[in-house]
Design a protein around this ligand. Structure first.
Ligand code: ATP
Ligand code: MG
Length: 355
């Protein structure tokens, strides 16, 4: 799934998150993929808010510095969007070919998009004949607000780079899974990516994303709750949350209670989305939840999620199946980075003669 502007070969992936930008570059080898470059740069909390770029200058400078720091020579970039600017829907259309649908998509899609069709870029993937078999087919429809795409492509261009693909986080995660984990056909697996401001949930069935949803909640909610309960600054709360600072004896109890209450809310929201999916026409069960995103590092969250959903939860390792020279990329560093790099690794596998 993408919005391609032209077709070239090598590209560098930038996952522009609200908390940090992640960079990944990989090489296609005979055996699979090899890690060439990876890096991460923090953004201040006000630069990107809920998936919208507020301070484009800061984002541009951070991008440019990150590329420079890692000696990135390639100009073409692959990035992604998530959250409320992205609408993904499974819909039913009359059976037709890919080319036919490409010609009529604007018209066909109009009724499913809650914005004027002229305000969005539309892409689709044909999933196959629909279950009822009445000359209809299932299609994954993706619409992204054009002004949001423009904001992201502009910061990339301003940084001296060339935006070639703007993908969607969930599809990047699907690609990341494909290169790292065997996906049993017919089974539903859930991807839960807990970022700083957005948690995205998607379901992959037989290698294809068939359901997505995003919740406007993530690591920031933990920090804000700590901030509230302990009456401290956002920065102090963030340090306590990430373990950069040890809590005092007095703080420890409030900290634990803040983490638990937000974890419970988040687990509930994830369960609600999964129940919604499972209650649909799919009538089956979830085999596993793969957990990613920096927000997933909250102590106890993984167990709580498993307990509340009764589905086994496994933290994702986006470098699992990727060759990495240990002299350049220390294994313990990769392990530490793993929760943050799911989307970026998926983006870096994109070679965009795809559509
Ligand atoms: N050790 C840790 N324990 C708990 N939370 C952590 C830890 N390290 C980082 N985080 C949190 O992870 C979040 C950042 O994760 P990530 O990099 O996946 O988000 P993002 O992609 O920048 O944001 P989004 O996708 O929501 O725009 C922040 O809220 C940060 O506080
Ligand atoms: Mg993110």
């Amino acid at each position: 799934m993408n919005f391609s502007f032209n077709k070239k070969k090598d590209a560098v992936a930038f996952d522009i998150g609200s908390n940090s930008i992640k960079l990944v570059q990989m090489n296609r080898t005979k055996k699979g993929w090899e890690l060439v470059k990876m890096g991460m740069a923090d953004l201040p909390p006000e630069a990107i808010v809920d998936g919208s770029i507020i301070d484009s200058m800061t984002v541009t400078n951070t991008l440019r510095d990150l590329a420079k720091e890692h000696g990135v020579k390639v100009k073409d970039t692959v990035s992604s969007l998530t959250g409320h600017s992205v609408i993904i829907k499974k819909v039913s259309f009359p059976a037709m070919t890919d080319d036919e649908l490409a010609d009529s998509i604007q018209w066909e899609a109009e009724q499913y998009i809650p914005f004027p069709i002229s305000d969005v870029n539309i892409d689709f993937q044909i999933l196959g004949a629909d279950a009822e078999g009445r000359g209809q087919m299932d299609v994954m429809l993706v619409a992204v607000k054009r002004d949001v795409i423009n904001d992201y492509t502009n910061v990339i261009k301003e940084a001296g780079l060339n935006p070639v693909v703007i993908d969607v986080d969930s599809f990047a995660l699907e690609n990341m899974m494909e290169v790292n984990y065997p996906l049993p056909p017919g089974e539903n697996i859930a991807m839960v990516n807990i970022g700083a401001s957005i948690t995205s949930i998607s379901v992959i069935q037989g290698g294809i994303t068939i359901f997505t949803r995003s919740i406007p909640m993530g690591g920031n909610q933990f920090t804000e709750e700590i901030q509230r309960q302990l009456n401290i600054s956002f920065k102090d709360a963030e340090d306590l949350k990430t373990g950069a600072r040890e809590p005092s004896e007095q703080e420890a109890q409030d900290l634990a209670s803040a983490l638990e209450s937000v974890s419970t809310n988040l687990a509930f929201e994830v369960k609600r989305s999964m129940d919604f999916f499972l209650g649909g026409a799919h009538g089956s069960y979830m085999s596993k939840i793969f957990l990613s995103g920096g927000g997933s590092r909250i102590a106890g969250l993984q167990n709580l999620l498993q307990e509340k959903t009764s589905v086994p939860v496994e933290p994702v390792d986006p470098f699992k199946g990727i060759e990495a020279n240990p002299k350049q990329f220390a294994p313990e560093k990769l392990k530490e980075a793993a929760p943050f790099f799911g989307v970026a690794v998926g983006l870096a596998t994109r070679r965009f003669a795809d559509r």
